[in-house]
Design a protein around this ligand. Structure first.
Ligand code: ASP
Ligand code: MG
Length: 336
């Protein structure tokens, strides 16, 4: 367990993480600055964690590939951490422009200490001295997501793709934040990927265990490690849209719901995997296989665990299969 560090102020601390698409261009950054300003104005100390703008990280990965077939992991981390650094400085400027005092810190400056595993480092401790000092001065603190520093070797590290979610959860745990919001381009956690399943529904809440299974099975909304971290430190995470103010999905607590929570899918190239998550996942997987069979789609069992069962289909029929299974087991039709 990380020790909680005492924050100086009396106001509640809110941690808000904004993903790449939420800060993709100057207009989006301005919208985020407005939202942060409003959160502060309603009586909170605000710590903002940012991702790199839009597809920046992918572009940096491609750039590296153009000059090296096997880039050194240390240099890769030096390169990739630059993405978040751009966002954090621009957001600080946009906030200052609004009369909101703000300061940006890299992971290293924020005291996010990690082990030495370049490209997939784990946070070991957050000292956060400069973060709390700046909050104490009434500033909004912006922290670059997805990065830290290995104090032994004094090297910059990254936490793995999608790692800004973990930065946010870890900061929320350390600061004893009253709220940890992950703001993204979807409305929350859905019963299936809404881009593939039009009838997918937003969940109001989901327990850590079920969220972790969905994340591991390919639901991109939260990085799996951030969910483990939230579970271990009991951080309640509100996954919601940065594009409007409707509430999203609360991630927290035990997964005890007596229903199937949702399903995730992944196309592994040679095979498509559908993962059913929630109560009676095994029985539901059997039902799903029967439903698929009736529609002429072959499927096979792909293993199961508590509150999780996988079925495999041919990759080319994956999308159709996901829609069918979802709509029959979790769609409106299922609840009639
Ligand atoms: N920018 C990094 C990525 O694209 C980290 C993150 O967005 O969470 O993976
Ligand atoms: Mg992400």
């Amino acid at each position: 367990m990380l020790p909680t560090i005492q924050t100086v102020g009396v106001m509640p601390v809110v941690v808000q993480k904004y993903g790449g698409s939420s800060v993709a261009d100057p207009d989006r950054l301005e919208a985020v600055a407005d939202r942060v300003r409003d959160t502060r104005a309603s009586g909170n100390e605000v710590v903002v964690v940012v991702s790199a703008m839009g597809e920046t990280t992918d572009q940096l990965v491609e750039l590296a590939a153009q000059v090296s077939s096997q880039p050194h992991p240390r240099e890769m981390d030096m390169l990739l951490t630059a993405g978040e650094r751009i966002t954090m400085a621009l957001l600080a400027m946009a906030l200052n422009e609004r009369g909101v005092p703000a300061v940006s810190y890299t992971g290293s400056q924020a005291g996010i200490l990690t082990d030495s595993a370049h490209g997939g480092a784990r946070i070991t401790r957050i000292t956060g001295e400069r973060v709390t000092a700046s909050l104490g001065e009434g500033k909004v603190v912006i922290v670059a997501g997805f990065q830290g520093v290995d104090p032994q070797r004094r090297e910059v590290t990254t936490l793995g793709r999608g790692g800004s979610d973990t930065t946010a959860v870890a900061l929320a745990a350390t600061l004893g934040a009253s709220s940890c919001e992950v703001l993204t381009d979807v409305d929350g956690v859905f019963t299936a990927d809404p881009r593939v399943v039009p009838a997918a529904r937003k969940l109001e809440a989901i327990g850590y265990a079920d969220m972790l299974e969905l994340a591991r099975a390919g639901a991109g909304v939260l990085m799996p490690h951030s969910v483990e971290y939230a579970r271990d430190h009991e951080v309640l995470v509100h996954v919601r849209s940065s594009f409007h103010h409707e509430p999203g999905t609360m991630v927290g607590g035990d997964s005890e719901d007596a229903q199937l929570a949702g399903l995730a899918h992944a196309n592994l190239g040679d095979v498509g995997v559908i993962t059913l998550v929630g109560a009676d996942a095994d029985e539901n997987a059997e039902r799903a296989m029967r439903i698929l069979g009736e529609s002429g789609i072959e499927s096979s069992e792909g293993g199961s665990a508590a509150r999780m069962a996988r079925i495999e289909v041919e990759a080319s029929s994956l999308d159709v299969a996901v829609r069918l299974v979802h709509d029959r087991l979790l769609g409106m039709e299922a609840s009639l």
